[in-house]
Design a protein around this ligand. Sequence first.
Ligand code: ACM
Length: 279
Amino acid sequence: MVEEQVLVATVPLMRVGYVQVAPEFGEVERNLDRVADLLARDRADLWVLPELFATGYQFATAQELAELAEPVPEGPTTARLIALARESNCHLVAGLPERADKRVYNSAVLVGPSGLVVRYRKVHLFYEEKNLFAPGDLPFPVADVGLAKVGLLVCYDHFFPEAARSLALQGAEVIAHPANLVMPGLAQLTMRVRAMENRVFTVTANRIGVEARTGETLRFTGLSQVVAPNGDVLVQAPQDGEEAQVVEIDPAQARDKHLTQLNDVLADRRPEFYGRLVR
Ligand code: ACM
C-alpha cells in the first residue's frame, strides 16, 4: 500500500514591526539606546522606526540641524542601525537628517546585516521643514530584503498617491513609512487607502510626545500601524505610549493585485488617459 503523502506548501512568512517612541530632542545616543531596548524584546525581519527618530524633529535653526545631521552611511546613527541589524539578523528602516555636500536632507535608510541597502531623501517636505531641509533629489526606492521587496516613504509623502504608486509599480510589497505626524488621523486613513489601492502592506512608525522649542507646540500623534493589502489594520499602537509591535504577514498576498477575478489594480491602469498634468 502506498502511503498518502500530504504536501504542505511552506509559505515564507515575514515578521514586520514598528517602533513607536518619544525621542528626547538632541539626545541621539540615549534615543538609540531606547530603540535598542525596545527591539530586544521581540524578533522581526523588518523593523520600521519613526522619521528623525534619534534627533527629534523641531530644529530651531539651520545651524542646529546641521550640527545634528550625519553623513550616510558613515555617521554614528547609520552605524548603530547596521550593528542592530547584525545583532538581530534583521532589516531596519529609520529616518535621520543626512548631511551631504552642503545640504541636509530629511532622509530614511534601509539597512541590513550587510550594511546600507538603500537611502531615500524626503521628496515632499512638510511645513517648516521647507525652511530647513533640501528637498529630496532621488527617486522613491525599492529594495529586495529577501522575504519581500520594500519601498520607502517618509511621513507627508503619504498625501501623494503617486509616491506609493511609484513604489508599487517598482514591485514593492511592503511600504515602510517612518513618520512624525502632527495632524491627527490623516495618515492612519491615507495609508489604509495607499495599501488598498496598491494591494501592498504598509508599516507606519510614528512618534509620540511634545516639542515646543520654537514658540510653537507640536504634538505627535502615535497610532503607528501595519495595514494589509485589503486595507485592514492588522495592528495599531496607542495614541500615547512607547511600543514595539510585530505582526506576521505573507508577502505573497501583495503580489496578487486582483480586486476581483477580472480586475487587477495595476494592470487596469489607463495612463494614456491621465494626461501630462499628472506627471
Ligand atoms: C511630516 O511630514 N513630518 C508631517
